[in-house]
Design a protein around this ligand. Structure first.
Ligand code: PFF
Length: 477
């Protein structure tokens, strides 16, 4: 297929997938979710879901990419033909592309905040600042559409540059430099946290298991996070899988990605909470944990400005290595479908996502209330876009699991998986039943009106429904 070659080395997919997986989800979302949901119990559920749902769906998604060797949309079209299934499954590709586009639009704005804080840290502007000053600074950033647009533009343009250079010269080379640097920085920040902070309290907080902390909401958040953090359900992993060496093991690679991703989230959590506890600050500040609490911790510590600056560079790098994986599926589609050059395709995707991102920018200030989004959906444009992606992501994952587990010709799937029959059957059980059941719960949680017993009932109905549908959609083997 034109434009579709293979990564340089057998292990490059692992590097690329880790690059995609490790991002704001690990450094920003995981710590604050753990903080809000009481620590160890949350991590246990998170780890369980990664294992029982995340890894099997990761394997399925990579497999779809690798067998089709095309971008998600074209790849799904190809698979529905070769496996003689319903064309309706092609929607997996479209849903993924839409989700990637929407996520990129706001991911870039939030990553832009990290750019702002890198600058503030390295110029020493926050040294010795108190809590009021730092909170006011964050509020002022959110109140400034101009500044936010500037950072958003810089971030997305840099990501576009990398993808525009192609999968070898751009993505591979970029990741080869970025990823080891990110690991090194994370270790430096951890050591700094251990020396200057309170690592004992952090470890206690993260790893102490308290059954009373296990709320249903926490369960669902943990499941949603396991999806987001592995970049599942939106074609990113499928697009990268299209370039994966046929010799690499799908199962081993998936386990390795999940392991590294989880380890990084834990190390980041340990480092961040060491600093937070060391400075005697609150753990449950939600999204502000990274942009208010941490700067405050750095403001008071020896070499805080320098280490804080380096920390925000880590956040930026991790966000870039994820955002490029959001550009790739759509760009590759435009190249394949319309014969565009890569720079053209990347430009179209990125300019559109940039424009969409402006909606997120204004959602924090001039359009913070009273817009059509508030009237129709009772939320800002940003919150609405986020809600959409929260629906698309699990839905995409659910459909990928069903397509791989039910619709594809299973003898082919087994060949592609290249494992023994016991693992194949276990994997299939997970993608056929366990994954769809778990995902249905995550999915239903995003519908705010649904509560109490209605959730499990609807969940069960949905599972039966999709099961029946997947049987119908499977025309012949
Ligand atoms: N996995 C990324 C993170 O944890 O920050 C977020 C992400 C990247 C989600 C790419 C989806 C995706 F396709």
């Amino acid at each position: 297929m034109s434009g579709h070659n293979v990564w340089t080395h057998k292990g490059t997919f692992l590097l690329a997938a880790v690059g995609s997986a490790v991002g704001l989800g690990n450094l920003w979302r995981f710590p604050y979710l753990t903080g809000e949901n009481g620590g160890g119990a949350f991590i246990l559920i998170y780890a369980l879901t990664i294992f029982a749902v995340g890894i099997p769906i990761f394997i399925a998604e990579t497999m779809l990419g690798r067998t089709s060797r095309q971008s998600p949309i074209m790849g799904m079209r190809h698979l529905t033909k070769t496996h003689k299934t319903s064309r309706a499954w092609e929607s997996i590709g479209w849903l993924g592309a839409a989700a990637a586009f929407l996520i990129l639009s706001f991911y870039s704005v939030i990553a832009g905040w990290a750019l702002h804080y890198t600058w503030l840290m390295l110029t020493g502007s926050l040294v010795g600042a108190d809590a009021t000053t730092i909170s006011a600074g964050f509020v002022a950033l959110l109140a400034s559409p101009g500044l936010m647009t500037l950072y958003h533009t810089l971030f997305i343009a840099f990501s576009a540059l990398i993808v525009g250079l192609g999968i070898h010269k751009g993505i591979e080379s970029g990741l080869r430099i970025m990823m080891p640097a990110l690991f090194a920085i994370l270790i430096v920040v951890l050591i700094y946290g251990v020396i200057n902070g309170d690592v004992g309290a952090a470890a206690n907080f993260l790893f102490t298991f308290n059954i009373a902390d296990l709320s249903l909401e926490g369960w669902l958040q943990a499941m949603g996070q396991s999806f987001f953090t592995l970049s599942l359900g939106m074609g990113a992993i499928m697009a990268y899988g299209a370039y994966m060496s046929s010799e690499a093991s799908l199962t081993r690679t998936a386990i390795a990605v999940a392991f590294v991703d989880t380890a990084i989230a834990m190390v980041a959590g340990l480092a961040i909470f060491s600093l937070v506890f060391g400075a005697g600050l609150e753990t449950d500040q939600g999204p502000g944990l990274m942009f208010v609490t941490l700067p405050l911790a750095f403001a008071d510590m020896p070499f805080g400005a320098l280490v804080g600056g380096v920390f925000f560079i880590l956040v930026l790098g991790a966000a870039i290595s994820s955002s490029i994986s959001l550009i790739e599926p759509v760009a590759a589609f435009l190249v394949e479908r319309f014969d565009m050059t890569r720079p053209q395709a990347v430009t179209i995707m990125v300019v559109a996502a940039w424009a969409m991102g402006l909606l997120t920018v204004v959602s924090f200030n001039v359009w913070a209330e009273g817009t059509i989004f508030h009237a129709l959906f009772e939320r800002s444009a940003f919150e609405f876009i986020e809600l959409l992606t929260n629906i698309f992501m699990p839905l995409g994952g659910l459909m990928i699991a069903l397509f791989a587990g039910w619709a594809l010709t299973q003898s082919e799937v087994m060949k592609e998986l290249g494992t023994n029959i016991t693992w194949f059957k276990t994997w299939r059980l997970l993608v056929r039943f366990v994954g769809p059941a778990a995902v249905s719960f995550v999915f239903l949680r995003t519908i705010p009106q649904v509560e109490g017993y209605v959730v499990p009932t609807l969940g069960a109905l949905l599972i039966v429904g999709v099961f029946a549908l997947s049987q119908r959609l499977r025309k012949s083997a």
